[in-house]
Design a protein around this ligand. Sequence first.
Ligand SMILES: [Zn+2]
Length: 298
Amino acid sequence: MKRRALGFVALACGAVLNCADVRPSMAWGDDGHKVVALVAQSFLEPDVRKRVNALLAADTDTLTAHDIASAATWADKYRDANIDNSRERTRQWHFVDIEIRNADLDSACFNHPAIPTGTPASDGPASDCVVDKILQFTVELADPATDAEERVAALKFLLHFIGDVHQPLHSSDDDDQGGNKKRVSASGFAAGNLHHFWDTEFVDQLGGDPKTIASDLIGHITKEQQTEWQSGGPADWAKETFAVSKSDAYGLLPPAGAHGNFRLTDDYVTAAANDVAIQLSRAGVRLAMVLSQALRKP
Ligand SMILES: [Zn+2]
């Protein structure tokens, strides 16, 4: 991927965004998740794509539309709708809080709690991490014997969680709730917290709607990157994302100013937008790989 020029990055706020609209930040915003799904879709073989679309078309849930991009936002809507206590039951599945000062994936994953035999992954323990949930839902999606409703849920959780594990502040923590407790500002942006900037503001820096962003990213993904990224599993991806967070999301932060606030420089914003472009691209390529492995006919 080519590094983007600063000029490209400078325009977002004010022209297309309502900068006062600072949403509560829990994950890539909807746009980030849609971009990941659209990038993935472009790498799916036709028969796998057909199977994904057929599973989604049969879904009777009404929280989102059933196209792949909308379905990738479902896990957030499901959590926020608090269906059967889904807020508490699924909230922690969206991240893995690997501590910057004491990186330990296993403890960030609550030491990988087992799911009792016969229990669907969507009814698994609340204290579990995004890495484990990706593995569990992949198994369910690949197994044609999985209950039909659970299989659709598994697909929708995967569409979303493979995005989340690539969001730097979903795979790291500085004792600040993944950046939620760090107040930041930057020229041309409404002040918000660091997590929100990575969820939403830096995605918006890539310009346009999810379709436009996705096709721009797809056009820059080289064959070599594709091959390089199609390896490892969610634990490796979480560690890679953690490294991006340690070096850039937290590592490039200027010293805190008065009242503990951080003033992001233009260079920080540029580096972050570049990181987001790469992370969304990696997530899309890997989502396509997971879906292909699960749904490709032998
Ligand atoms: Zn999420």
